[in-house]
Design a protein around this ligand. Structure first.
Ligand code: HEM
Length: 346
Protein backbone atom coordinates (compact mmCIF):
# COMPACT_ATOMS: atom_id res chain seq x y z
CA UNK A 1 0.00 0.00 0.00
CA UNK A 2 1.28 3.49 -0.82
CA UNK A 3 1.62 5.78 2.17
CA UNK A 4 0.22 9.33 2.17
CA UNK A 5 3.79 10.57 2.11
CA UNK A 6 4.51 8.61 -1.09
CA UNK A 7 1.34 9.98 -2.67
CA UNK A 8 2.33 13.54 -1.84
CA UNK A 9 5.82 13.00 -3.26
CA UNK A 10 4.41 11.46 -6.46
CA UNK A 11 1.98 14.36 -6.91
CA UNK A 12 4.73 16.89 -6.44
CA UNK A 13 6.98 15.27 -9.02
CA UNK A 14 4.10 15.10 -11.55
CA UNK A 15 3.32 18.77 -10.91
CA UNK A 16 6.98 19.66 -11.37
CA UNK A 17 7.06 17.79 -14.70
CA UNK A 18 3.88 19.50 -15.93
CA UNK A 19 5.21 22.97 -15.08
CA UNK A 20 8.62 22.23 -16.65
CA UNK A 21 7.03 21.08 -19.93
CA UNK A 22 4.28 23.71 -20.06
CA UNK A 23 4.12 25.56 -23.41
CA UNK A 24 3.42 29.04 -22.04
CA UNK A 25 1.85 30.78 -25.06
CA UNK A 26 2.27 34.54 -24.54
CA UNK A 27 5.16 36.24 -26.32
CA UNK A 28 4.06 39.74 -25.29
CA UNK A 29 1.85 41.42 -22.67
CA UNK A 30 -0.90 41.70 -25.27
CA UNK A 31 -2.58 38.92 -27.27
CA UNK A 32 -4.28 39.16 -30.65
CA UNK A 33 -5.20 36.51 -33.21
CA UNK A 34 -2.60 35.96 -35.92
CA UNK A 35 -1.55 33.28 -38.38
CA UNK A 36 1.00 32.24 -35.80
CA UNK A 37 2.66 29.27 -37.48
CA UNK A 38 6.32 28.29 -37.12
CA UNK A 39 8.37 25.24 -38.13
CA UNK A 40 7.83 22.37 -35.68
CA UNK A 41 10.40 20.43 -33.65
CA UNK A 42 12.20 23.52 -32.37
CA UNK A 43 13.21 23.56 -28.74
CA UNK A 44 11.65 26.38 -26.70
CA UNK A 45 13.26 27.18 -23.37
CA UNK A 46 11.05 28.82 -20.78
CA UNK A 47 11.75 30.19 -17.28
CA UNK A 48 10.49 26.81 -15.96
CA UNK A 49 11.95 24.29 -18.41
CA UNK A 50 11.49 23.48 -22.07
CA UNK A 51 9.16 22.02 -24.69
CA UNK A 52 8.80 21.54 -28.41
CA UNK A 53 11.38 19.10 -29.74
CA UNK A 54 8.90 16.43 -30.89
CA UNK A 55 5.66 16.43 -32.86
CA UNK A 56 4.09 13.99 -30.38
CA UNK A 57 4.53 14.55 -26.67
CA UNK A 58 4.14 11.93 -23.96
CA UNK A 59 4.09 13.09 -20.34
CA UNK A 60 3.05 11.77 -16.92
CA UNK A 61 -0.64 12.13 -17.88
CA UNK A 62 -0.28 9.58 -20.72
CA UNK A 63 -2.24 6.68 -19.25
CA UNK A 64 -4.83 8.85 -17.51
CA UNK A 65 -5.60 10.81 -20.70
CA UNK A 66 -5.79 7.68 -22.86
CA UNK A 67 -8.17 6.11 -20.34
CA UNK A 68 -10.36 9.23 -20.49
CA UNK A 69 -10.35 9.14 -24.28
CA UNK A 70 -11.47 5.48 -24.28
CA UNK A 71 -14.37 6.25 -21.91
CA UNK A 72 -15.47 9.25 -24.03
CA UNK A 73 -15.35 7.27 -27.29
CA UNK A 74 -17.32 4.41 -25.75
CA UNK A 75 -20.00 6.84 -24.54
CA UNK A 76 -20.19 9.02 -27.69
CA UNK A 77 -19.37 7.52 -31.12
CA UNK A 78 -19.64 10.95 -32.82
CA UNK A 79 -16.18 11.87 -31.52
CA UNK A 80 -14.70 9.55 -34.17
CA UNK A 81 -15.42 9.79 -37.88
CA UNK A 82 -13.61 8.74 -41.04
CA UNK A 83 -15.59 9.58 -44.18
CA UNK A 84 -15.13 6.76 -46.73
CA UNK A 85 -12.73 8.66 -49.03
CA UNK A 86 -10.44 9.31 -46.00
CA UNK A 87 -9.53 5.67 -45.28
CA UNK A 88 -6.10 6.01 -47.02
CA UNK A 89 -5.41 9.22 -45.05
CA UNK A 90 -6.19 7.40 -41.79
CA UNK A 91 -3.52 4.79 -42.58
CA UNK A 92 -1.12 7.53 -43.58
CA UNK A 93 -1.78 9.36 -40.29
CA UNK A 94 -1.30 6.23 -38.19
CA UNK A 95 1.93 5.34 -39.92
CA UNK A 96 3.31 8.89 -39.74
CA UNK A 97 2.58 9.00 -36.00
CA UNK A 98 4.22 5.61 -35.42
CA UNK A 99 7.35 6.95 -37.14
CA UNK A 100 7.23 10.09 -35.00
CA UNK A 101 6.84 8.06 -31.81
CA UNK A 102 9.70 5.75 -32.82
CA UNK A 103 11.94 8.77 -33.50
CA UNK A 104 11.01 10.65 -30.30
CA UNK A 105 10.83 7.70 -27.87
CA UNK A 106 13.14 5.00 -29.34
CA UNK A 107 13.44 3.14 -26.02
CA UNK A 108 9.71 2.57 -25.68
CA UNK A 109 8.30 2.83 -29.23
CA UNK A 110 9.52 0.91 -32.26
CA UNK A 111 8.26 0.51 -35.80
CA UNK A 112 10.11 -2.24 -37.73
CA UNK A 113 9.70 -3.51 -41.27
CA UNK A 114 9.13 -7.27 -41.39
CA UNK A 115 8.52 -7.66 -45.15
CA UNK A 116 7.01 -5.81 -48.12
CA UNK A 117 4.28 -3.61 -46.57
CA UNK A 118 4.52 -5.73 -43.37
CA UNK A 119 5.33 -4.02 -40.07
CA UNK A 120 5.76 -4.72 -36.39
CA UNK A 121 4.63 -1.94 -34.03
CA UNK A 122 5.76 -2.01 -30.42
CA UNK A 123 4.50 0.36 -27.73
CA UNK A 124 6.50 -0.58 -24.65
CA UNK A 125 4.57 1.77 -22.34
CA UNK A 126 1.24 0.06 -23.01
CA UNK A 127 2.73 -3.42 -23.64
CA UNK A 128 1.50 -3.56 -27.26
CA UNK A 129 3.07 -5.66 -30.02
CA UNK A 130 1.12 -5.52 -33.26
CA UNK A 131 1.98 -7.01 -36.65
CA UNK A 132 0.13 -5.33 -39.48
CA UNK A 133 0.06 -5.00 -43.26
CA UNK A 134 -0.19 -1.36 -44.39
CA UNK A 135 -3.67 -0.72 -45.81
CA UNK A 136 -5.13 -4.06 -44.71
CA UNK A 137 -7.83 -3.34 -42.10
CA UNK A 138 -8.05 -7.01 -41.10
CA UNK A 139 -4.54 -6.82 -39.59
CA UNK A 140 -5.39 -4.17 -36.96
CA UNK A 141 -7.73 -4.48 -33.97
CA UNK A 142 -9.36 -1.13 -34.80
CA UNK A 143 -9.81 1.51 -37.50
CA UNK A 144 -6.26 2.97 -37.94
CA UNK A 145 -7.01 6.53 -36.78
CA UNK A 146 -8.79 5.29 -33.69
CA UNK A 147 -6.03 2.75 -33.10
CA UNK A 148 -3.29 5.39 -33.03
CA UNK A 149 -5.31 7.90 -30.97
CA UNK A 150 -5.50 5.22 -28.27
CA UNK A 151 -1.69 5.60 -28.03
CA UNK A 152 -1.08 9.37 -28.29
CA UNK A 153 -2.40 12.17 -26.09
CA UNK A 154 -3.09 14.33 -29.17
CA UNK A 155 -6.54 14.74 -30.73
CA UNK A 156 -6.41 14.37 -34.52
CA UNK A 157 -8.32 15.92 -37.41
CA UNK A 158 -7.60 15.04 -41.05
CA UNK A 159 -8.34 17.53 -43.83
CA UNK A 160 -8.96 16.58 -47.43
CA UNK A 161 -7.87 19.07 -50.08
CA UNK A 162 -10.14 19.36 -53.12
CA UNK A 163 -11.43 22.17 -55.34
CA UNK A 164 -8.84 24.48 -53.78
CA UNK A 165 -10.35 24.06 -50.31
CA UNK A 166 -9.70 22.03 -47.16
CA UNK A 167 -12.42 19.92 -45.52
CA UNK A 168 -12.36 18.30 -42.08
CA UNK A 169 -13.39 14.84 -43.25
CA UNK A 170 -11.93 12.58 -40.53
CA UNK A 171 -10.78 12.69 -36.94
CA UNK A 172 -10.80 11.49 -33.38
CA UNK A 173 -11.42 14.48 -31.11
CA UNK A 174 -12.25 13.83 -27.47
CA UNK A 175 -10.74 16.93 -25.82
CA UNK A 176 -12.33 19.79 -27.81
CA UNK A 177 -12.28 23.22 -26.14
CA UNK A 178 -15.82 24.49 -26.68
CA UNK A 179 -16.57 23.06 -30.14
CA UNK A 180 -18.10 19.91 -31.54
CA UNK A 181 -16.21 17.57 -33.84
CA UNK A 182 -19.42 15.67 -34.64
CA UNK A 183 -21.03 18.93 -35.81
CA UNK A 184 -17.99 20.13 -37.77
CA UNK A 185 -17.08 16.93 -39.62
CA UNK A 186 -17.45 17.41 -43.38
CA UNK A 187 -17.26 21.22 -43.07
CA UNK A 188 -14.66 23.35 -44.82
CA UNK A 189 -11.79 25.03 -42.97
CA UNK A 190 -13.31 28.44 -43.75
CA UNK A 191 -16.79 27.45 -42.53
CA UNK A 192 -15.39 26.02 -39.28
CA UNK A 193 -13.70 29.32 -38.45
CA UNK A 194 -16.88 31.30 -39.17
CA UNK A 195 -17.71 31.93 -35.46
CA UNK A 196 -14.26 33.31 -34.56
CA UNK A 197 -14.46 37.11 -34.10
CA UNK A 198 -12.14 39.54 -35.95
CA UNK A 199 -10.38 36.93 -38.09
CA UNK A 200 -12.35 37.54 -41.27
CA UNK A 201 -11.71 41.29 -41.15
CA UNK A 202 -8.04 40.75 -40.36
CA UNK A 203 -7.47 38.01 -42.97
CA UNK A 204 -6.01 35.59 -40.40
CA UNK A 205 -8.00 32.58 -41.56
CA UNK A 206 -7.70 33.16 -45.30
CA UNK A 207 -3.92 33.47 -44.88
CA UNK A 208 -3.89 30.26 -42.81
CA UNK A 209 -5.95 28.53 -45.50
CA UNK A 210 -3.54 29.57 -48.26
CA UNK A 211 -0.61 28.49 -46.11
CA UNK A 212 -2.13 25.07 -45.37
CA UNK A 213 -2.94 24.40 -49.01
CA UNK A 214 0.76 24.84 -49.84
CA UNK A 215 2.07 22.76 -46.91
CA UNK A 216 4.67 20.19 -48.02
CA UNK A 217 5.33 16.69 -46.64
CA UNK A 218 8.19 16.39 -44.14
CA UNK A 219 7.93 20.07 -43.20
CA UNK A 220 5.72 20.03 -40.11
CA UNK A 221 4.56 23.33 -38.67
CA UNK A 222 2.98 24.22 -35.34
CA UNK A 223 1.08 26.96 -33.56
CA UNK A 224 -0.44 27.51 -30.12
CA UNK A 225 -3.89 28.53 -29.03
CA UNK A 226 -5.17 29.15 -25.50
CA UNK A 227 -8.14 29.74 -23.23
CA UNK A 228 -9.05 29.34 -19.56
CA UNK A 229 -10.72 26.20 -18.24
CA UNK A 230 -12.28 25.52 -14.88
CA UNK A 231 -10.88 22.35 -13.30
CA UNK A 232 -8.65 19.91 -15.10
CA UNK A 233 -11.35 19.04 -17.61
CA UNK A 234 -10.09 17.96 -21.01
CA UNK A 235 -13.44 17.17 -22.59
CA UNK A 236 -15.14 20.52 -23.06
CA UNK A 237 -17.01 19.67 -26.21
CA UNK A 238 -20.24 21.49 -26.97
CA UNK A 239 -22.22 18.29 -26.37
CA UNK A 240 -21.29 18.41 -22.67
CA UNK A 241 -21.99 22.14 -22.18
CA UNK A 242 -24.67 21.42 -19.53
CA UNK A 243 -21.93 19.74 -17.45
CA UNK A 244 -19.21 22.39 -17.67
CA UNK A 245 -21.04 25.59 -18.71
CA UNK A 246 -22.44 26.43 -15.23
CA UNK A 247 -18.90 26.41 -13.75
CA UNK A 248 -18.34 29.75 -15.51
CA UNK A 249 -20.98 31.25 -13.20
CA UNK A 250 -20.23 29.40 -9.97
CA UNK A 251 -16.46 30.00 -10.15
CA UNK A 252 -17.21 33.67 -9.40
CA UNK A 253 -18.53 32.69 -5.97
CA UNK A 254 -15.59 30.66 -4.65
CA UNK A 255 -12.86 32.03 -2.36
CA UNK A 256 -9.44 33.03 -3.68
CA UNK A 257 -7.68 29.80 -2.71
CA UNK A 258 -10.24 27.70 -4.57
CA UNK A 259 -10.18 30.09 -7.53
CA UNK A 260 -6.41 29.66 -7.94
CA UNK A 261 -6.69 25.89 -7.66
CA UNK A 262 -9.55 25.50 -10.14
CA UNK A 263 -8.95 28.06 -12.89
CA UNK A 264 -6.43 26.70 -15.41
CA UNK A 265 -4.59 28.25 -18.31
CA UNK A 266 -5.36 25.81 -21.12
CA UNK A 267 -2.91 25.73 -24.03
CA UNK A 268 -3.14 23.77 -27.24
CA UNK A 269 0.01 22.97 -29.20
CA UNK A 270 -1.32 22.31 -32.69
CA UNK A 271 0.75 20.60 -35.38
CA UNK A 272 0.05 20.89 -39.09
CA UNK A 273 1.50 18.10 -41.23
CA UNK A 274 1.04 17.22 -44.88
CA UNK A 275 0.77 13.42 -45.02
CA UNK A 276 3.15 12.00 -47.62
CA UNK A 277 1.05 9.25 -49.27
CA UNK A 278 -2.53 10.53 -49.21
CA UNK A 279 -1.83 14.27 -49.47
CA UNK A 280 -4.25 14.98 -46.58
CA UNK A 281 -3.37 17.55 -43.91
CA UNK A 282 -3.08 16.16 -40.39
CA UNK A 283 -3.98 18.56 -37.57
CA UNK A 284 -2.81 17.45 -34.12
CA UNK A 285 -4.14 19.15 -31.00
CA UNK A 286 -2.26 18.49 -27.77
CA UNK A 287 -3.85 20.08 -24.70
CA UNK A 288 -1.94 21.24 -21.61
CA UNK A 289 -3.45 22.75 -18.48
CA UNK A 290 -1.86 24.53 -15.54
CA UNK A 291 -3.81 25.90 -12.55
CA UNK A 292 -3.23 29.59 -11.76
CA UNK A 293 -1.74 28.65 -8.41
CA UNK A 294 1.04 26.74 -10.19
CA UNK A 295 1.40 29.25 -13.01
CA UNK A 296 2.01 31.91 -10.36
CA UNK A 297 5.07 30.03 -9.07
CA UNK A 298 6.87 31.12 -12.27
CA UNK A 299 6.99 34.88 -11.81
CA UNK A 300 7.48 35.98 -15.46
CA UNK A 301 4.48 33.81 -16.42
CA UNK A 302 2.39 35.23 -13.57
CA UNK A 303 3.08 38.84 -14.59
CA UNK A 304 2.57 38.30 -18.31
CA UNK A 305 -0.61 36.22 -18.01
CA UNK A 306 -2.10 38.91 -15.72
CA UNK A 307 -1.36 41.62 -18.34
CA UNK A 308 -2.78 39.57 -21.24
CA UNK A 309 -5.98 38.67 -19.39
CA UNK A 310 -6.60 42.22 -18.21
CA UNK A 311 -6.02 43.73 -21.68
CA UNK A 312 -7.83 41.11 -23.85
CA UNK A 313 -10.61 42.84 -25.85
CA UNK A 314 -14.14 41.97 -24.72
CA UNK A 315 -15.20 40.31 -28.01
CA UNK A 316 -12.28 37.86 -27.78
CA UNK A 317 -12.91 37.19 -24.08
CA UNK A 318 -16.60 36.62 -24.85
CA UNK A 319 -15.80 34.18 -27.67
CA UNK A 320 -13.37 32.30 -25.46
CA UNK A 321 -16.07 32.03 -22.78
CA UNK A 322 -13.96 33.72 -20.11
CA UNK A 323 -15.54 37.18 -20.02
CA UNK A 324 -17.17 36.65 -16.62
CA UNK A 325 -14.03 35.72 -14.72
CA UNK A 326 -11.01 36.95 -16.67
CA UNK A 327 -10.78 40.20 -14.66
CA UNK A 328 -10.73 38.23 -11.45
CA UNK A 329 -8.13 35.87 -12.92
CA UNK A 330 -5.93 38.87 -13.83
CA UNK A 331 -6.34 40.33 -10.35
CA UNK A 332 -5.69 36.95 -8.71
CA UNK A 333 -2.38 36.71 -10.60
CA UNK A 334 -1.41 40.29 -9.67
CA UNK A 335 -2.18 39.62 -6.02
CA UNK A 336 -0.03 36.48 -6.11
CA UNK A 337 3.14 38.60 -6.51
CA UNK A 338 5.90 37.31 -4.28
CA UNK A 339 6.20 39.42 -1.13
CA UNK A 340 9.49 41.33 -1.08
CA UNK A 341 11.76 40.35 1.80
CA UNK A 342 11.33 42.54 4.87
CA UNK A 343 14.06 45.20 5.09
CA UNK A 344 16.78 44.26 7.54
CA UNK A 345 17.77 46.82 10.13
CA UNK A 346 21.07 48.70 10.05
C1 HEM B 1 -10.65 28.23 -33.59
C2 HEM B 1 -6.90 29.96 -36.07
C3 HEM B 1 -6.11 25.60 -38.00
C4 HEM B 1 -10.29 24.11 -36.16
C5 HEM B 1 -9.65 29.05 -34.04
C6 HEM B 1 -9.37 30.37 -33.51
C7 HEM B 1 -8.34 30.85 -34.23
C8 HEM B 1 -7.93 29.84 -35.18
C9 HEM B 1 -7.69 32.23 -34.07
C10 HEM B 1 -10.07 31.06 -32.33
C11 HEM B 1 -9.46 30.46 -31.07
C12 HEM B 1 -9.81 31.04 -29.73
O1 HEM B 1 -10.11 32.22 -29.57
O2 HEM B 1 -9.72 30.31 -28.72
C13 HEM B 1 -6.35 28.92 -36.80
C14 HEM B 1 -5.14 29.02 -37.59
C15 HEM B 1 -4.92 27.77 -38.12
C16 HEM B 1 -5.99 26.92 -37.66
C17 HEM B 1 -4.31 30.29 -37.77
C18 HEM B 1 -3.83 27.26 -39.02
C19 HEM B 1 -2.72 27.90 -39.30
C20 HEM B 1 -7.20 24.84 -37.73
C21 HEM B 1 -7.45 23.55 -38.29
C22 HEM B 1 -8.63 23.12 -37.78
C23 HEM B 1 -9.12 24.16 -36.89
C24 HEM B 1 -6.55 22.80 -39.27
C25 HEM B 1 -9.24 21.81 -38.11
C26 HEM B 1 -10.07 21.14 -37.37
C27 HEM B 1 -10.73 25.11 -35.30
C28 HEM B 1 -11.96 25.00 -34.53
C29 HEM B 1 -12.07 26.18 -33.79
C30 HEM B 1 -10.91 26.99 -34.12
C31 HEM B 1 -12.91 23.83 -34.51
C32 HEM B 1 -13.24 26.56 -32.86
C33 HEM B 1 -14.32 27.16 -33.73
C34 HEM B 1 -15.66 27.33 -33.02
O3 HEM B 1 -15.78 28.24 -32.17
O4 HEM B 1 -16.59 26.56 -33.30
N1 HEM B 1 -8.74 28.75 -35.03
N2 HEM B 1 -6.83 27.65 -36.86
N3 HEM B 1 -8.23 25.19 -36.90
N4 HEM B 1 -10.14 26.31 -35.05
FE1 HEM B 1 -8.52 26.98 -36.00
Amino acid sequence: MTSTLDNTAAKTSAETELIAGFPFPFLEDRYRYSTNVEPAEQLVTTPAGQWGTAVVDIDCEYRAELDQRAVILAADPTRHAVLPHMAPAAWDAMFTLMRELDAAYPEQMQLRSTGPDEWLWRNGILGIEQHFRYGDATTLPDEPLRYITSQVQEDIALLDQRNDQLFVDAGVVTFAADWSFGFDVGMSFLEIHGPVPRVRREGVITRAHEFLKRLQPHQPYRRTNWTLTIDRRLDMSTELYPEWGPDRETIQLVDDAEFGRRVHLRVEVQHLIRLPDSGAVMFLIRTYMLPLEQLATVDPWRRRAAEVLAELPADMAEYKGIIKYRDRAAQWLRDAAPTPPAPTGP
